[in-house]
Write a protein of this length. Structure first.
Length: 401
């Protein structure tokens, strides 16, 4: 099809997922690489019974928020959605998405402001590279298995192992740099002898060379993270979220706190400080390696009870939760905590602090909490993944007496 014969649409509001909404012959179409208010020529990339997906291939009338992308692969690589958007406008788009999800899924009207977290480039401390058939590292196209070779990624942290300078006999290849400067590669491929790393692990987590336990520092605490174990990828994310959670929790000395989906114990350590020696923090993590890392980081803390179980399982089985708690912190995966919400509410906490990486899951769970007597209070949102549609929220849910 000739480029000039491709359809033209008027672009409407941003949608969850980074695309903007338009209509083509009456049908909803989600347009990537566009901005609200623009007039663009599109190429349809996917057709379903309910909607179309498309890429903006020519901008006929540009938004004032459009900028020249800092990455030459913007629009080709699938890693970033908002390279073409001025940073302050990125945060406004994220705020619109959070507000729209709360309105549509929870029936809550709320003005949302997304807070800036710098840097906006060179921030990603963990990158998993795929490889092309000839061994070049790269990233997959959007909704595709095709790998785009990458020589330089502007959002990758400059201290990451220099994976892109080498050819690999297989992928994936994960490059990691910790906040203390340790450099790790996780892969089953042959690692070049001149690659500067402190350790190499297989994708099964087993050590192949050097050390595979990284130390992450969030003053005044150190945390062990083994291999590909979960840790926030923006260098300022852990500190930002700890401060937001502590402000929201308002823990008191002697409180009983449940830290659910606790990972390696980031929030647990600071919650233990807040409740003091007469309090209790029940820290629950299902991932075996994450639970082991939490034990290494938090051993000797008498007010911490570490539970290696799923959140749902611990809520049913753990005796320390049987008598309820004063506060709950939960940081579930992207899918949310829907199955756990009734049991969390049954703990009777005066406050639940919900850390969410997906606004749709957050809104659904907020609606479920409302059915169990909890009302949404303050909500903060953070641009912890600049140049992308991802946003992190910290929401307060208070019990309604």
């Amino acid at each position: 099809m000739n480029g000039k014969s491709l359809p033209v649409v008027e672009v409407g509001p941003v949608a969850h997922g980074g695309s903007c909404v338009a209509r083509l012959d009456g049908q909803v179409v989600f347009v990537r690489h566009s901005l609200p208010g623009e007039r663009v020529r599109i190429r349809v990339t996917d057709t379903t019974k309910r909607f179309l997906r498309a890429d903006a291939v020519e901008v006929l009338e540009a938004s004032p928020d459009r900028v020249e992308p800092p990455c030459a692969l913007a629009g080709t690589c699938g890693g970033c959605d908002f390279q073409h958007v001025e940073p302050a406008a990125q945060r406004r788009l994220l705020a619109d998405v959070v507000a729209e999800q709360l309105r549509r899924l929870a029936g809550i009207e709320r003005d949302v402001v997304v807070e800036e977290v710098r840097p906006t480039l060179g921030w990603r401390t963990r990158v998993t590279w795929s490889t092309t058939p000839d061994g070049r590292p790269g990233l997959r196209k959007h909704r595709s298995h095709e790998v785009v070779p990458v020589d330089h990624c502007p959002i990758a942290h400059p201290d990451l192992p220099d994976v892109t300078a080498h050819r690999w006999d297989s992928g994936p290849v994960e490059a990691i740099v910790s906040s203390t400067g340790q450099r790790l590669v996780v892969t089953d491929a042959t690692v070049p002898s001149d690659l500067d790393v402190d350790g190499v692990a297989g994708t099964d987590g087993h050590r192949r060379a050097g050390g595979t336990r990284l130390t992450e520092h969030v003053a005044p605490h150190d945390f062990t993270v083994t291999g590909s174990g979960f840790w926030q990828v923006h260098p300022e994310a852990a500190r930002t979220l700890v401060d937001a959670v502590l402000d929201a929790v308002e823990a008191r000395p002697g409180d009983r706190v449940a830290d659910l989906y606790a990972g390696v114990g980031l929030f647990t350590a600071f919650l233990a400080d807040a409740v003091g020696p007469d309090g209790l923090v029940v820290s629950v993590e299902a991932d075996r390696q994450g639970a082991r890392d939490a034990r290494r980081s938090l051993h000797g803390r008498s007010q911490v009870r570490l539970v290696a179980d799923s959140t749902e399982g611990a809520l049913r089985r753990d005796p320390a939760l049987a008598d309820g708690v004063d506060v709950v912190v939960l940081d579930p995966p992207r899918t949310g905590a829907r199955k756990a919400v009734p049991a969390v509410a049954a703990l009777g906490a005066r406050r639940v602090v919900y850390v969410a990486c997906d606004p749709a899951a957050l809104a659904r769970d907020v609606a479920t909490f409302a059915e169990h007597g909890y009302r949404l209070g303050p909500l903060r949102a953070f641009a912890l993944f600049p140049m992308t549609h991802h946003v992190e929220c910290v929401a307060v849910l208070d019990r309604v007496d």
